[in-house]
Design a protein around this ligand. Structure first.
Ligand code: FE2
Length: 459
């Protein structure tokens, strides 16, 4: 396919446009009623470059800014947004850097996810840098190497096994001849690392966890010195010479990974995975063909929700399409990670869809700003539509109580409110997904489209 000419401002305009101020606002106006059982913080990370003058800006490379809303006693107590204080961000604010460990000189304002584990709120990112710890009110504590127990960099995506309290991650770094499985114990220290040899330096944005296995996605997007030399926005490109495969690494350490070939494709995100007898089921958002994250514009769509069933006895992977709709940011109820799920939530985001289609044009159905609720047992999908300019990002599930059933709770997301020119926190009842929101929290500012977040209940 011929290269399209990318719009250099694509990720600096419209719903992607960064904000320039850090805001603290209290007692936010609410339409509806914040459920009293939601006591905690909804936090979301995303790139927010400090300037608009970088002609090679890529969405993946902006300094991380965390947006958070605190809910308590049926009220929306506060909204805050804060840049993660890397050294560069600190200097730009004329503040001392909250110094700490740095892996291979790669200090970066982690921009991809935000999680809570082992007593820390952590902004995370992949490909080498360390996470940054934040206070409950989003001020930067400093870089985190888990009290000196992490040997290398960390990862954007992690999976918490609620049964063991262990947090799993797959770290990758361009100069390594392996990727690294990292297990962080419940106290927040690295308990185990396992190096897994892989050729070519693949990008491994996400992975999956089952009761027995780490599921590794070794797909043909790899580090490229040519891309570095050519000043591509990202040094990771589609590599047709790299074998496309999925690996099962036994969690008990009894063996190395066993690999299974899959047709060349790309996956950013897994919904969830689980053991099914001797087989392993992985639900994920799959880009069918070649995918070049260095530009995003030249990627081939579409992306759909698919199920990969890995059969170790037969030595093969069976792929099944679950939903054709273009969607990303798949999430399950976090409590169910690594065990069989029935429900999943994902986002259809018009502006992201446009950014990743080859022409930059919208398909007719790609204007869609919508959240999806999948009932994978019934094979049904509910579409929660938002208005044309009401761009909505990733949705996160919050259970009604710690022991509530799967899907018995709320789905939260930031959505742009075009009438106010600012964002709302939308809180939907998962079991009334297309009904009116339970609560709409009106925030004082616009929140740029970003990446991932978490509901962090008070402990
Ligand atoms: Fe991600």
């Amino acid at each position: 396919m011929a290269e399209q000419t990318p719009d250099p401002k694509r990720f600096l305009e419209g719903s992607f446009a960064p904000v320039s101020e850090e805001i603290t606002a209290f007692d936010l106006p609410v339409t509806g009623q914040v459920p009293a059982e939601l006591t905690g913080r909804y936090l979301r990370n995303g790139p927010n470059p400090m300037g608009l003058d970088d002609p090679d800006y890529h969405w993946f490379l902006g300094s991380g800014m965390v947006h958070g809303v605190r809910l308590r006693d049926g009220r929306a107590e506060w909204y805050r947004n804060r840049w993660v204080r890397s050294k560069a961000v600190s200097q730009a604010h004329h503040e001392p850097w909250p110094a700490g460990p740095v892996h291979e000189g790669m200090d970066f304002a982690a921009n991809t996810h935000i999680i809570w584990h082992g007593g820390r709120t952590l902004a995370t990112v992949e490909a080498g840098p360390l996470p940054y710890g934040l206070t409950d009110e989003l001020e930067t504590v400093g870089p985190c190497d888990f009290d000196g127990t992490l040997p290398g960099g960390f990862a954007a995506h992690t999976k918490l096994d609620r049964a063991t309290g262990e947090l799993h991650a797959i770290a990758y770094f361009w100069a390594w001849d392996h990727v690294q499985h990292v297990v962080v114990d419940a106290a927040g220290r690295v308990a185990k690392t396992t190096d897994i040899p892989v050729p070519d330096g693949p990008m491994m944005h996400d992975f999956a966890l089952t009761g027995r296995y780490i599921v590794l996605l070794d797909l043909p997007v790899t580090f490229s010195l040519d891309a570095v030399a050519a000043h591509k926005e990202l040094p990771y490109v589609w590599n047709p010479d790299h074998r496309s495969r999925v690996g099962l690494l036994p969690r008990d350490g009894s063996a190395g990974p066993r690999w299974f070939e899959v047709p060349p494709c790309w996956v950013f995100h897994c919904l969830n995975a689980y053991d099914d007898g001797e087989q392993v089921v992985v639900d994920l958002c799959q880009y069918d063909q070649s995918f070049d994250p260095s530009t995003l514009w030249n990627a081939h769509g579409p992306v759909s929700l698919d199920r990969w069933t890995i059969d170790p006895a037969a030595g093969r992977v069976t792929r099944q399409r679950l939903d054709e709709r273009g969607q990303e940011f798949p999430r399950v109820d976090d409590r169910i990670i690594s065990r069989p799920h029935r429900y999943g939530y994902s986002a259809m985001i018009g502006e992201v869809t446009r950014a990743i289609t080859p022409t930059g044009d919208f398909a007719d159905d790609a204007f869609t700003n919508a959240l999806l609720r999948h009932d994978l047992s019934a094979g049904t999908v509910q579409v929660r539509q938002f208005a044309r300019d009401a761009v909505v990002g990733e949705a996160v599930f919050a259970p009604r109580s710690a022991d509530a059933a799967e899907d018995d709770g709320y789905v939260m997301a930031f959505a742009h409110n075009p009438d106010r020119g600012a964002s709302d926190l939308i809180i939907l009842a998962a079991q009334d997904f297309t009904g009116p929101p339970v609560a709409t929290v009106h925030l004082p500012a616009r929140i740029p489209l970003g990446f991932h977040g978490s509901w962090i209940p008070d402990r």
